[in-house]
Design a protein around this ligand. Structure first.
Ligand SMILES: [Zn+2]
Length: 232
């Protein structure tokens, strides 16, 4: 029952829109006679937008429905409204796509950034150079016992006695001439009694296991001191 009612309703809609089309065709062909003067553009715009401020009893509606000029303008304005709505929908869709793209990039960037800092915590290691002979250039001191793991290391270095306080460059190098830098960082000294200590983050994850040198360079002295070191 409801089905047949719906069907007849749809048939009525089709019939009404057919009448409207026939009427529009007659109006646009100039076969109708409008009553009263043409309303202004503002009224036609409101009518095209189906503004609720216009009463159906308004005589200007009757005029527009029968005036060739007003009817064609009304249809034009309707078309503009429709394409503007489509443009807005299109722009909104583009903006939504851009937003998704940006959030994907940000998420990917955050995921890529994470492993080096948050995901992997640095292994704390202490290297004691307090009694190490600090020898420049070709004569490395004896430091066989010192080693660091091939990992992200937060190394605390107890500097040799009589070391100056200040900023140091810490590096792990392949030789005692500063070649083949595997990792480096800067650190300021922290006094602990007579001792000067520095702490630096060194990324040794890509370092091959083997013999290396740990070098320290004071910002003012500029001379690098090398100590043999094993990466295990
Ligand atoms: Zn008119």
């Amino acid at each position: 029952m409801s089905l047949s009612w719906r069907r007849s309703s749809r048939a009525e809609d089709r019939f009404e829109s057919w009448i409207t089309q026939q009427h529009q065709r007659r109006v646009l062909a100039g076969e109708t006679t409008p009553s009263g003067p043409c309303p202004d553009e503002g009224f036609l715009r409101d009518l095209a937008r189906k503004s609720k401020s216009i009463a159906l009893s308004d005589p200007r509606i009757d005029h527009t429905a029968n005036c060739r000029k007003c009817m064609s303008r009304l249809l034009e304005l309707r078309g503009e409204n429709r394409s503007r709505r489509q443009r807005i929908a299109f722009t909104t869709a583009i903006a939504a796509c851009a937003l998704v793209a940006v959030s994907v990039i940000i998420t990917r960037y955050a995921l890529e950034k994470r492993p080096s800092s948050a995901n992997e915590t640095a292994v704390a290691q202490t290297v004691n150079l307090w009694d190490a002979g600090t020898i420049r250039g070709e004569q490395p001191g004896q430091l066989e016992s010192e080693s660091l793991p091939a990992a992200l290391v937060k190394v605390t270095i107890i500097l040799p006695r009589h070391s100056s306080p200040g900023l140091y460059l810490v590096a792990i190098t392949r030789d005692q001439n500063g070649n083949g830098v595997v990792a480096e960082g800067t650190a300021s000294t922290v006094a602990n009694g007579d001792q000067q200590r520095i702490s630096a983050d060194l990324d040794l994850r890509k370092a091959e296991v083997g013999p290396y040198f740990l070098s320290t360079t004071h910002e003012q002295d500029q001379a690098a001191y090398y100590y043999p070191l094993q990466i295990k």
